[in-house]
Design a protein around this ligand. Structure first.
Ligand code: SAH
Ligand code: SF4
Ligand code: F3S
Length: 471
């Protein structure tokens, strides 16, 4: 595959760091005052990872961070376009900022992320949300300091949303949100064009970071003591196809696994059509790779899968699950499902229930189809009334709840090595933890064990989580 990606040179990124210093200089703060920034993130881990880079740049500009918009001198809203509901939330929250802008006209309001890459959104913000100062798409995130600089010097609204295959920029500073878990993007964009999905339009074509850059980042995270590292991409299984020296995701996983340190490796998302026997064997062999796979199948009916342009059948999916379980019998499996795709009948939907019964996933992420402007599915006939879609959706979640509850109950009495990853907000428990398969455990025990891998005895369970005590 030919590289169509713009590779941003180290000199260009250095120039952005100069802009950071220039921005710091432009802001006339009172001595001792530290300006604050608010970064509000919607959507998936890719967006979380992008927000960590926005924070990295903001920190270089001299900002600290706040969650209180009254305190913030710059507000960055990193948006998601995957479903209409996500967009409505953003429009609601951005709309409400009009009052804040009246009180604090100098506060900069910026909107970025996947919504910003959609022409109809840009038009709406331009015409009706005039308090938004800056709109920029994911392809130009690396230029954020330069954009802030020109906002401050030119004092006019800016819209920077070029439609391009996408860029790769290394060396952008990051401020990570967590001290235990970290995201590492291995690739950006998507080439799959599932007929319902907006991601390829807003995130551009697939492009892989070089293995050297990825390995160096993981090495550094391991040295800093990160214990749970997730490799990110919309379709990690097509990693490497665009590299000058092709390598595949399984090879990359093997090399990440060889990095010294006590950490778990996760990855997402995997597309079933590209999940190979080699990947499964690598997962089974690599001791740091968590025994968990998120493998979205979206729908159980072959006709629907075809119109979704998923390019796999139900039988092929089930065969992959069988092959994987033969190698890793206790693998934790999760999936994404769309209910109410245009033209899906209730009979066809029942094929999805059959897949649930056959696979018995540990957890599911379930969605009702949402038409996305510009995607083929948004133009398809969609005769099923919303009521019926909702009924099907409820049948799906009821079935999965029962399965999750049974699967969780089977943990009771077992001792599981878990990563203690947080303090519990529920007073009856001290800590939260994750099993290797990423199930949530609420734990009684000494809070000073936070950040450690420890044996937890599972004493209870419900459909959402497990309960236990430190051994
Ligand atoms: N790249 C990942 C998923 C990205 S989006 C993959 O291919 O699996 C996450 C999930 O959102 C998808 O798996 C799908 O289940 C859901 N989704 C995407 N577009 C949607 C739409 N238009 N309506 C409802 N759900 C959608
Ligand atoms: Fe969207 Fe399909 Fe790409 Fe996933 S693989 S991001 S669902 S187009
Ligand atoms: Fe949303 Fe963009 Fe992720 S559309 S799901 S934030 S890639």
């Amino acid at each position: 595959m030919e590289r169509t990606t713009t590779v941003i040179s180290p000199a260009d990124v250095d120039k952005q760091l100069e802009y950071c210093r220039a921005v710091a200089g432009l802001m006339a703060w009172q001595p001792g005052e530290r300006p604050l920034a608010l970064v509000d993130t919607y959507g998936c881990q890719q967006n979380e990872a992008d927000s960590e880079r926005l924070r990295g740049y903001l920190e270089q500009m001299g900002f600290g961070f706040t969650s209180d918009e009254e305190q913030a001198r710059i507000i960055v809203i990193n948006t998601c376009a995957i479903r209409e509901h996500a967009e409505q939330r953003v429009f609601g929250n951005v709309g409400a900022l009009v009052h804040l802008k009246r009180r604090h006209p100098d506060t900069l309001i910026c909107l970025c992320g996947c919504m910003a890459q959609q022409p109809h959104v840009v038009k709406k913000i331009r015409d009706s949300y005039r308090h938004v100062d800056l709109v920029f798409g994911p392809h130009v995130l690396w230029k954020f300091p330069e954009m802030v600089h020109s906002l401050l010097t030119r004092r006019s609204r800016m819209f920077l949303t070029p439609d391009e295959p996408g860029s790769i920029a290394e060396g952008i500073p990051v401020v990570r949100q967590d001290k235990i878990r970290a995201w590492v993007s291995v690739m950006y964009g998507c080439n799959n064009f599932c007929s319902y999905c907006v991601v390829p339009y807003v995130r551009g074509r697939e492009r892989s970071r070089s293995p050297e850059d990825i390995l160096a980042e993981v090495r550094q995270l391991a040295e800093e003591g990160y214990q749970d590292i997730t490799l990110l991409g919309q379709n990690v299984n097509s990693y490497g196809k665009d590299l000058d020296e092709p390598m595949d995701f399984a090879d990359l996983l093997e090399q990440v696994n060889a990095i010294p340190g006590d950490f778990l490796i996760r990855f997402m998302t995997s597309h079933p059509k590209d999940a190979t026997q080699k990947l499964f064997e690598t997962m089974a062999r690599c001791e740091k790779v968590a025994p968990v796979l998120h493998l979205p199948f979206q729908a159980g009916n072959d006709r629907i899968l075809k119109v979704m342009n998923r390019r796999h059948t139900r039988a092929e999916y089930l065969e992959k699950i069988r092959a994987l379980r033969a190698l890793i019998p206790d693998i934790t499996l999760t999936s994404d499902i769309i209910v109410g795709f245009p033209g899906e009948t209730t009979e066809e939907f029942e094929d999805t229930l059959r897949v649930l019964e056959e696979v018995r996933f540990d957890a599911l992420f379930t969605f009702i189809f949402s038409p996305r402007p510009g995607t083929p599915a948004a133009e398809m006939d969609d005769p099923m009334p919303r009521e019926e879609k909702l009924q099907n959706f409820n049948r799906l979640t009821a079935l999965q709840d029962a399965i999750s509850e049974e699967k969780h109950a089977a943990y009771i009495g077992k001792t599981v090595r878990c990563l203690l990853d947080g303090l519990s907000d529920d007073q009856r428990y001290d800590l939260t933890a994750r099993t290797p398969g990423n199930r949530l455990v609420r734990v009684v025990g000494d809070p000073s064990a936070l950040g450690q891998f420890r044996d937890v005895k599972i004493t209870g369970a419900n459909k959402w989580s497990l309960f236990g005590e430190l051994v």
